[in-house]
Ligand binder design. Sequence first.
Ligand code: SF4
Length: 178
Amino acid sequence: MKRKPWFATAWLGGCSGCHMSFLDLDERLIELAGLVDIRYSPFLDVKEFPEGVDITLVEGAVANEDHLRDLLTIRARTRILAALGDCAVTGNVTAMRNLFQVEDVLGRAYRECDVARGVPGGNGNVPKLLDRVLRVQDVVAVDRFLPGCPPSANAIFEFVMDALAGRARPAKAARFGS
Ligand code: SF4
């Protein structure tokens, strides 16, 4: 028997708003679950991205070394990779830190806050930030783009249905944030 397409979502440098919009599919999540086999997502307790995924929606920009490693793995194991939302497509909010030096960002976001909270400092548990935040397409080939901050549930549903049906979509991404 032919297996259902394997489906995944992944969360890089984003606020999770795109995943919240995905959850807004509401009862259509049940419809989607009937059409695909959801193999990996922040909503599942799966630690390793599996081989042989048919469609992956990637939220967020590439901001640190963990994102970079995860995105390369996802690309190698996914047939159709889709950039979900403006952070993935253009860099958007996540790329605003490109206006500053990494050390200044770390100092402001972690060290100063640690001092203010009376926590002895540093950022030892933070994955190493890249010098610049990158769009998904700056790192790997992207097959489909769904802009929006976040894209609406309706847009996500149509987008996934099109991908499942193999219907063509414009593959052009905006250049902001590059
Ligand atoms: S595109 Fe908007 S909603 Fe989606 S992760 Fe970025 S900031 Fe959040």
